[in-house]
Design a protein around this ligand. Sequence first.
Ligand SMILES: [Zn+2]
Length: 132
Amino acid sequence: MKRIWEVLYSSFGNKCPRCHNGEVFKYNNPYNLKHFDEMNTECPCCGEIFERETGFYYGAMYVSYAWMAGWFIVTYTFNSMFIGADLLNYLLFFFISILILSPMTFRVSRITWLNFFVKYKPDKANCKKMAH
Ligand SMILES: [Zn+2]
């Protein structure tokens, strides 16, 4: 269970999965559309390599489907229970929301994918530069 929170913290906070301190993407704002996909090649804090072998991030596509399926289930349930919009309106909302969220989905999926391979090691968060 603790592991799930670690993954969510890292994925949504743009934090290195190993030290939870350095940033994975260079710019924190996913809606900085010119630069939203620029990643650090390695963690500025613990040195974990983010740019792994070529094609590594293809797997993030599947994570992205999973996040979208989750988003679908949550919004569909919410609509059925509280709003009651008809299917066409709901689907319209769903696709527009997916479009608007896509820069975020892209980043969250990549970091979640990275989390499958890299585990949180609190003792690695010892960089001086970012110590709070
Ligand atoms: Zn790190």
